[in-house]
Each structure stands twice: as C-alpha cells, then as structure tokens.
Design a protein around this ligand. Structure first.
Ligand code: ADP
Length: 470
C-alpha cells in the first residue's frame, strides 16, 4: 500500500509529545512492507538543523500563498516538508494565537501538494486536529479531480481535548463551502470536521475509545463521535523498539539488556547523580516523572503528597515543562530538598537517561489517551505507577504479590492518597529483591512494539470504505 501520514510533528525532526513518537514509529514499522511518506510543515527548527540535507521539489501557490516543497530523507524515512515563512518561520511550533489559520493553510497545501507531485496514495493517515479540515477539503474540492477519487482518509485522535477551534467568520478565509460538517457550537471545529468526514476514525487505545463515547466533557462533540461509532476503533499505540532500546541507545551512559540490567541501571543512576550533583544513596529507589506539566497529568495528586513522599527513603527526579504554575510550584518545593530534583525544559537525552537510571516512573494522569512514557519505562526496565485510565489501563497490569503477575502498579480513583499508597506498595516490592526481579522481567517482556498496531492499522486501511459527505 502507499500511505501518506500527515501530522504536525514527528521524530526525529520535531517533537513536543507522544504524537511525534507515534507518527515516526508507525511509519517506520509500516515501511517494511509498504510505501510510506510523512508530510510535515517545514518549521524553522527543521530548516535550521537540516538545511544542507533538504532537497527542493518545487513550489506553487495556494490561495496566493507560497508553498515551497522539500524532501528530506532521515532515519530511513521520507519526509515531504511544506515551506511558508509566514506560517512556519517562527521559533516555536505551536501557540501563536493563529494556529488554526496556520494549519488551515497547511491542510490546503498538503492536498495541493499531492496533485503537484503526482503523489496519489491509497491512504492518507491524518493525525490530530491540525489535519482536521483535510478530509472535508478532499471531498468538497479535490475529488472533483479524478486522481484524488481513490484516496481513503483515516483520522487518528491522539487527544480529544485539543480540537482546533476558530471563529465561524474564518470559513471564508479557510475556503469552506457551506455545509454542516465543520461547525460545532457556533465555531469551526477542526476535530469535529475530521470525525464527520473521514472514512475511518481511530484513537490510540481501546479504553480511551470507550471512555470518549460516554464522557460528557464535550457533549456536542461526543454526539458527533457517537454517530460514527461503527467506524471508530481504538488501536493501542506502540513505541519504536529500535529507537527506545536500552541495548543500543546512544543517549544513555551504560547500555544493558535483560541479563545485566541491575548493574548497568545502577551505573546510569550514578552517572545521573554525578551530572546533577545529587548526593543520594544509590541503593535508594529512584522515582521519576517525565511529562508535560499540565492538568491532564494528575500533578496535583503528586503536589498534595510531596511532603510525605520527600520524607520516604527514596529519591525523586522530575523532568518536564508546561504550565508555569506547575513549573514554579515544583521548583519552589524541590529547592531545599536533597532527595528531590527537577529539570524544567524539554530534553530528549535526559529523558532517555532518566528512563535508564530510574526504578519507577510515576504517571498519575487524570485522562490518558494512550501514554507512551509507561511503555518506554517498561522497555528500560523501569516499573510504571499509573492511574487506571485510557491507554494506561490497557498497558499496565498491576502487581499481584501472591502470583507475582503484573508489569507495574496502578490505582483507580484520582486521589492523592491512592497514589501515595501505590508508591508505598512499589517501595515494598523494591525491598523484596526476588519479587522485584520478576515484575521487572514481566515489564521487559511485555511487547509494546509497533508489530501489532502496524498490522491492525493495515487491516483497517483495507477495510475502509469511501464515505460520501453530500
Ligand atoms: P503526551 O503525548 O500527552 O505528552 P505521552 O506519554 O504519550 O504523553 O508521550 C510523552 C513523550 O514525550 C514521551 O516520549 C516522553 O518521554 C516525552 N517527554 C515528555 N516530557 C518530556 C521532557 N520534558 N523532555 C523530554 N521528553 C519528554
């Protein structure tokens, strides 16, 4: 099959969260048996870093706006990059106040690019709201051109909370023909458009799919989703097992495998402590949190119990960035504690080092479409402590002290007390070396590679039927 992924971010070029991991990992895995390309905006960050590797493919104008096209081959993947200084020339990727304008332009540019390059895939796989107008534009405009008529559209919801909402007045600028497909609660809603118009809709775990169909946080959007429930499936994400591989990861100090992990993880812990001047006993367990610092991630539970946690015989390391109030609260409360460390910022290298050095990863999310950090943690033989929600529930099976089953720890209610008790249970396991080894083995053996999701997506692509929207 010929598959084109369209997204707003992908490793190794740009990443702000799990979306970038998934686009990259899925494309790499599909590429073994299919022709795959990824289309991304040519952000300034990419231009600066890969300037001498970009190959020009040409340019055209869409609605009088310049669209430059470049190809970039990296890590065995083929990227097509869409250039427009005004839209993508700033330092950051998101949050310019006009993101919906930037991505509406992007959706038009992507579709026109396919025709310009004579690149007509069997499937366009779209990711998140940034690509939400595309199925509508394809069916309203581009399918008038015969070449586009065989293309199927698959849309993946990575996070239902991000919807791409613009004022209805923008419909002229975005060139949306009058229809009921893009409007929701008096606004243009990119996510609604995608849900209404794509041939198939997926989300990133079976449990999140079920939660979305009953959750009433966004009632009108839920109703739209419900109307498409037969075409809506949950496919659990995977992670790229070559990229996240403690045996060969070039970003960690000491590589390891299922046999020599104890000694090596300790050396990684030592290197981490030396790098940050942490004066902590290496025998004490290290709990990490690697996350965007936002409400979604359940951080208030952690803050509520921070004093109690800091009093335990453990050390804690937080790597994250996001909402300023979380950043400053953690920073100020960690400042004077020896066993609590924090690094504010986005740092891929440090993330890998932390996965490799830690004993446990804390992830108490309020909601979690899939979550990748828990999967990465298990790959690095670090046990996840999670809330039983969304993809966390589908990937972390709680430790059972009688049968020694399970690959991590979980709790149900979003209460700080439950998180605290679960951390204490983890501490208990840590002190039982034999049982701890067994649970680590279970975690390491859990297969969260892209093998299964890759075949599930291909099956879905094959079964997708064109959905008429007029
Ligand atoms: P989300 O997509 O909601 O941010 P996921 O768990 O799906 O959460 O994916 C998060 C990804 O981003 C993981 O690969 C994690 O290691 C990485 N990550 C999160 N915060 C940071 C950070 N501050 N520095 C480096 N990597 C981070």
């Amino acid at each position: 099959m010929e598959v084109v992924h369209v997204a707003s971010e992908s490793l190794p070029l740009v990443k702000t969260g799990g979306l970038a991991d998934v686009v990259f990992g899925l494309a790499r895995s599909q590429q073994k048996n299919n022709k795959v390309k990824i289309i991304l905006p040519l952000y300034k960050k990419i231009k600066d870093k890969y300037y001498d590797k970009l190959e020009e493919l040409g340019y055209f104008y869409t609605s009088e706006k310049y669209v430059g096209l470049y190809e970039l081959k990296v890590d065995g993947l083929n990227f097509i990059l869409i250039d427009n200084e005004e839209m993508f020339g700033s330092d950051e990727i998101y949050s310019y106040g006009n993101d919906t304008d930037r991505y509406a332009f992007y959706n038009w540019a992507v579709l026109d690019t396919l025709g310009y390059l004579e690149l007509i895939p069997d499937v366009i796989h779209l990711h998140d709201w940034h690509t939400g107008l595309l199925p509508l534009l394809l069916k309203q405009y581009h399918m008038r051109d015969e070449r586009y008529q065989s293309i199927k559209t698959i849309f993946t919801i990575h996070n239902f909370a991000f919807q791409g909402i613009a004022s209805l007045d923008k419909r002229f600028e975005y060139r949306l023909e009058e229809s009921g497909y893009y409007e929701l609660d008096g606004n243009i809603n990119f996510l609604k458009t995608a849900i209404a118009c794509s041939d198939k809709i997926t989300t990133v775990s079976p449990s999140y799919r079920d939660e979305l169909l009953v959750d009433n946080t966004y009632p009108s959007l839920r109703t739209v989703l419900e109307s498409r429930s037969e075409d809506f499936v949950g496919i659990l994400n995977g992670i790229d097992y070559d990229y996240f591989d403690p045996k060969h990861d070039p970003l960690i100090k000491c590589n390891y495998n299922g046999r020599n992990y104890k000694k090596s993880k300790r050396l990684n812990k030592q290197a981490l402590y030396e790098q940050f001047g942490i004066d902590c006993d290496l025998d004490k367990p290290l709990f990490c949190l690697i996350s965007r610092l936002t409400e979604q991630k359940g951080l208030n539970m952690l803050l509520e119990k921070l004093d109690d946690l800091a009093g335990l015989d453990i050390s804690i390391f937080i790597l994250g960035s996001g909402d300023k109030h979380f950043e400053s609260q953690f920073e100020s409360r960690f400042e004077w504690r020896n066993n609590c460390n924090i690094y504010i910022g986005y740092n891929e290298e440090l993330a890998h080092q932390l996965y490799a050095a830690s004993d446990f990863l804390i992830m108490p999310s309020l909601f979690e479409p899939c979550g990748l950090s828990q999967m990465i943690a298990m790959r690095y033989m670090t046990l996840p402590i999670v809330r039983e929600v969304g993809g966390l529930k589908d990937s972390v099976y709680p430790y059972n002290k009688y049968t020694l089953e399970g690959n991590g720890f979980s709790f149900y209610n979003p209460y700080a007390g439950e998180l605290y008790d679960t951390i204490n249970l983890a501490l208990e396991l840590y002190n039982d070396k034999k049982a701890m080894s067994q649970i680590i083995k279970n975690a390491y053996k859990s297969d969260y590679s892209f093998n299964l999701p890759c075949s599930q997506y291909l099956e879905l692509y094959e079964s997708a039927q064109f959905r008429a929207i007029w």
